[in-house]
Design a protein around this ligand. Sequence first.
Ligand code: NCD
Length: 318
Amino acid sequence: MPETSTPNWGNVPESWTRRHLLGLEELGADEIDLILNQAERFRSVLMHGDRKIPLLAGKTCVNLFFENSTRTKTSFALAARRLGADVVDFTAATSSLGKGETIIDTAKNIEAMQVDAVIVRHSCPGAPKLLAENIQSHVFNAGDGPHEHPTQALLDILTIRQRFGSLAGLTVALVGDIAHSRTARSNIWGLKKLGANVILCGPSTLVSKNWEKLGVEVSYSLDAILDRVDVFNLLRIQFERQVVRPFPSTREYAHLYGMNSMRLAKAKPNVLIIAPGPINRGLEVTPDVADGPQSAILDQVTNGVAVRMAALWLGLGL
Ligand code: NCD
């Protein structure tokens, strides 16, 4: 692979002032657009030209993951490497956390080895913010409990924007385990700021009416909303976060809330199916729909690297 003949990428725009990426709640629509536009630029170079754009050469990023991850961890690592940065993986299971060390002490010790960025996933909401307040490095939130997962929402939104051109006026339904989903929270902030209408759909044990306070619609019937939705974002049932099982059986859930070809036939002809992954095939979505022409699930993964490159470049450029 050629090292690169770098186009002139310029400096981080003056309008970007954030050293960290903690969540979409705090970002304005202009900041979200800026990340998406930069991600598009990186994506088109990655797809059609060089795989390395060494804007972060000499920088070191640490993947500090206290929860499992397939896509997000690999995607952040690839994004950093494609920008020329070094990446170190920290594995919580084999760390001194088991010996009683706090997350701040762990991060400070890693930082003392001269790192520039910490990419953190943790089961506690607010863990990335806590680190940002206590260490010098740039902090990127890779998912904090059920709170936020900003880069996931950004890649979801980029995928929608690529298909429809704009988010304004679109109706996006988040279906499934809203209660435990950080993806849902970040999507709600991002989608609303860019002018989309948001419907939350799932059983009442997973979608409370209280969500309406955020300016979204709540529906307990997937069948009732099928024909007026442009994008279905099918969220995983997060059994690992549930204290009590929220529905009698997975079969019943799939019957009422699973996306399948019969439901797809009643949806808009150009409806888009996305999912953050991992998907439980046959539960949230049937394999024929997940792998079918309306699905952009793998495009999301491709977009994830570009979005994370944009986030890292913007944050580390300050
Ligand atoms: C999501 C997560 O971890 O929050 N997955 C991801 O990052 N791709 C959603 C999920 O686990 O269901």
